[in-house]
Design a protein around this ligand. Structure first.
Ligand code: SAJ
Length: 421
């Protein structure tokens, strides 16, 4: 029976997991190294783009089922949900997982469960077991002791789409890897408290690779769409029309081209797979390169459109990597604007309805943010980077006579937009 769970990392995965467990009657201690975040959680004052989360957080904080602090305490189970980025040479950086493991190791008691939710390379959970065993030679761990171990250890990656987190966390299937079958069962008992999806229990290496496969699958398929858009631009063919007609084939389902792949998952996790099997992953590596190169291609396209207008002033619409959010992590818009800012600094009008000020990465590249109407009135080149709802409402009249680069294809039925989008 799990009475108390300690969740280390109160980010976009740890916080909703904490809230859902608390909502279903488990006492949750949320741990974060960010003192401001800890204070905000304890006041029930986190604002997210996640429907229902802010209210549910207030409920579980006021009922006393969730509280946040800067260090873990003794619990029945510990869940690690900290970031696992890649280094500059695309090697997985597990330093935050290691710090979390070290912070909880001294609290472990016989019968406890440790679950990693952070994305790991294959073999990462076994590595966590090694770290735990190094810190606690008085306890036995399942990678050596098997089913008779004092501590259970497992891996349960998140699979939620940011923006729809609470729904997907509740309804998506989960994959639950255990170092031993009893570890998998222990992991599934925790998540079944709130998860309504099917529970695929398996070994840790399978669970680790499944997570990497899902995001690499999407990255490779987006890379295909992006490469086809490059082919279409070179051959002066409309890429959106190609996609529409190709997708009418019963066995073709192309994803959408875009300005590049943003976020912190799809652009990162494929490198974990490359790291885990470097000689077996040429396709995954090339897909990453195709997608990473897309912002440069978009900037080049904009520069060539600028050559067709007099005194170009460029409106860049959208900084977030995802529609209708303020999430700038890894956003390709930032990279496009940095490249345009080299030549057009004072002639860039940046619009992002979901944030109040230009992010620090763009300091020196553009003067500041403006509202949509100012940008549409002041610019003669319009670059659509994020498909926010406000931009869908732009009228054909507002675009008339301007150079258009629509990287998301939202205005493609507009006669003002050429095929070069
Ligand atoms: N994108 C395209 N074309 C498309 C689809 C997406 O260019 O057809 C771009 C988007 O514009 C965005 C990027 O890809 O820049 C990623 O966006 P996304 O909405 O597809 O995915 P994420 O990164 O927000 O969330 C992904 C999800 N993984 C999969 O769909 C396989 C989510 O389920 C994972 O939980 C999440 O990564 C994660 O945390 O790993």
């Amino acid at each position: 029976m799990v009475n108390r769970v300690c969740i280390i990392g109160l980010g976009y995965v740890g916080l909703p997991s904490a809230v859902l467990l608390a909502k279903h009657g488990v006492e949750v201690i949320g741990v974060d190294i960010d003192a401001e975040r800890v204070a905000a959680v304890n006041l029930g004052r986190i604002t997210t783009n996640e429907s229902g989360l802010d209210q549910m957080l207030r409920d579980v904080v006021s009922s006393g089922m969730l509280r946040a602090q800067d260090a873990p305490i003794a619990a029945d189970a510990f869940i690690i949900a900290v970031p696992t980025p890649v280094t500059a040479d695309y090697t997985p950086d597990l330093s935050q997982v290691r710090a979390a493991v070290n912070s909880l190791a001294y609290l472990l008691e016989v019968g406890n469960l440790v679950v990693v939710e952070s994305t790991l390379p294959v073999g990462g959970t076994e590595m966590c077991c090694e770290w735990l065993a190094e810190a606690r030679s008085d306890l036995s761990f399942p990678h050596r002791a098997g089913e008779s171990s004092d501590i259970r250890v497992g891996y349960c990656p998140e699979r939620v789409l940011p923006g729809n987190t609470l729904f997907e966390m509740t309804h998506n299937d989960r994959v639950m890897g255990g170092i031993t079958p009893a570890c998998s069962m222990a992991v599934s008992q925790i998540y079944q408290v709130f998860s309504r999806g099917a529970c695929h229990t398996t070994d840790v290496r399978t669970a680790e690779l499944v997570k990497l496969v899902e995001n690499a699958y999407r990255d490779v398929n987006i890379a295909f769409a992006n490469e086809i858009s490059n082919v279409c631009n070179a051959l002066s063919v409309d890429p959106w029309l190609i996609r529409d007609i190709a997708n009418s084939h019963p066995r073709v389902a192309m994803l959408r081209q875009g300005p590049g792949v943003g976020g912190h998952c799809i652009s990162v996790d494929p490198w974990f797979m490359v790291h885990s099997a470097p000689d077996e992953t040429p396709l995954v590596r090339i897909a990453r390169q195709v997608n990473s190169d897309k912002p440069r291609r978009v900037a080049e396209q904009v520069i060539s459109v600028c050559k067709t207008v007099e005194d170009p002033v460029i409106a860049c619409l959208g900084l977030a990597y995802k529609a209708d959010t303020d999430d700038l992590r890894g956003s390709p818009s930032i990279s496009v604007i940095q490249q345009l800012g080299e030549s057009f600094h004072d002639r860039l009008l940046i619009v992002e309805p979901n944030i109040a000020a230009l992010p620090s990465e763009l300091a020196g590249y553009a003067p500041g943010l403006v509202d949509l109407n100012t940008a549409l009135e002041g610019a003669n080149v319009i670059v659509l980077l994020t498909d926010h709802k406000e931009f869908h409402r732009v009228s054909w009249k507002q675009l008339s006579g301007k150079g258009i680069v629509d990287t998301r294809g939202i205005w493609r039925k507009n006669p003002n937009c050429g095929v070069d989008t």
